[in-house]
Design a protein around this ligand. Structure first.
Ligand code: SAM
Ligand code: SF4
Length: 335
């Protein structure tokens, strides 16, 4: 192994999130506009390039790889990539290979993912109501996602449900979602809606449901025990004593997690974002494509990028305006 990646604030970079496509079979209202223009294929990293890049990161100390998108499972031949990453699990260099998915293709791929070494999976689901599900995802069908969740659990995967907390949309489902997940032995993570992409007519401040409020409501019905664990990310966890479930709260708009940030994000075009809340990024595709046989320029580019990782981000809703608002879509960096 080559020297590990450490950023200027002495944070080891051990977690890489990789968006493998900007495409998706859903059009969630907080994530994409209805008419998205997707990237031409030549802009995308090939599966071989993704392999080379991820392997370079693993060689430099990345132990956890999360595949995301767009919807990762709509990328053609994506299982070839997952199967290729299995060698890093087998060698012990990679501790975890996982993905975040909308679940629509899981019925088809759950077994293949398990065989490739995926043991835990995050599935995004904002409502258990069919009509609301169609509204929020525009193109999605709840039944298909539920089948996907069944398939993942049937092969033995541990499933965590990700829910975007939306005022006036799923506030009334706080308890039903919690109970439904408890029955199926699934943990839940609530995500505060982030100011991403072009907001257009939808004013996300109206949809903003602070997780502090959500947590207080949960505490009216359950006994919450704070869990000390930190994953180096923006999530805080509690255990519900009555169900044993772990509930996560992702509040990306607060700064409370930047000190322990251990992650970077790679887009499907090979841009490396050192911070979810900053525009600065490094083009790793050029290093890949200009030097197909030599990894040294790629490693140099990665190290140079990590040296630019900022201390923290600039999101701020506190004055009721969208300071630090990002113009890129979530599907670009994969959340
Ligand atoms: N398509 C996959 C999925 O939906 O799980 C992976 C990509 S998606 C961009 C990753 C996560 O980001 C999902 O859990 C989604 O709900 C969340 N997300 C998307 N836009 C968001 C926003 N504006 N604020 C907060 N979370 C968002
Ligand atoms: Fe697609 Fe995921 Fe974005 Fe929804 S949140 S549009 S499923 S990428």
């Amino acid at each position: 192994m080559t020297e590990k990646l450490i950023d200027p604030f002495a944070r080891p970079i051990s977690y890489l999130r990789v968006s493998v496509t900007d495409r998706c079979d859903f059009r969630c209202v907080y994530c994409m506009s209805e008419n998205m223009t997707f990237l031409p294929k030549k802009e995308l990293l090939t599966l071989e390039e993704l392999d080379r890049l991820c392997t370079a990161f693993v060689d430099m100390g990345v132990e956890k790889l999360r595949i995301t998108g767009g919807e990762p499972l709509v990328r053609r031949e994506i299982m070839t990539f997952f199967r290729a990453m299995t060698r890093h699990l087998d060698s012990g260099a990679l501790r975890e290979l996982t993905l975040t998915t909308n679940g629509s293709q899981l019925e088809r791929y759950a077994q293949d993912l398990w065989d490739a070494g995926v043991r835990r999976i995050n599935i995004s689901l904002d409502t258990l109501d069919e009509a609301k599900f169609s509204d929020i995802t525009r193109w999605g069908r709840l039944a298909q996602v539920l089948k996907g969740i069944d398939a993942a659990q049937a092969v033995g995967m541990r499933v965590k449900i990700n829910v975007v907390a939306l005022k006036g949309f799923n506030e009334d489902e706080l308890l039903p979602i919690t109970e439904w997940c408890a029955e199926r032995d699934m943990d839940v993570t609530w995500i505060e809606v982030m100011p991403m992409g072009d907001i257009g007519n939808e004013n996300r401040l109206d949809q903003y449901w602070p997780l502090k409020d959500l947590r207080a409501r949960l505490a009216e019905h359950y006994t919450l025990t704070d869990l000390p664990e930190s994953t180096g990310g923006p999530a805080r966890y509690v255990r519900l004593e009555e169900t044993g479930q772990k509930i996560g709260f992702i509040t990306p708009l607060t700064h409370n997690f930047c000190e322990s940030c251990n992650r970077v994000r790679l887009t499907c075009t090979g841009e490396l974002f050192m911070c979810l809340g900053q525009e600065d990024n490094a083009d790793l595709r050029a290093a890949l494509r200009n030097h197909p046989e030599d990894n040294a320029p790629l490693e140099d580019a990665i190290r140079a990028a990590i040296l630019r990782k900022p201390k923290g981000h600039d999101f701020d809703y506190s004055r009721q305006r969208l300071d630090g608002q990002m113009t890129r879509h979530m599907s670009h960096t994969g959340g």
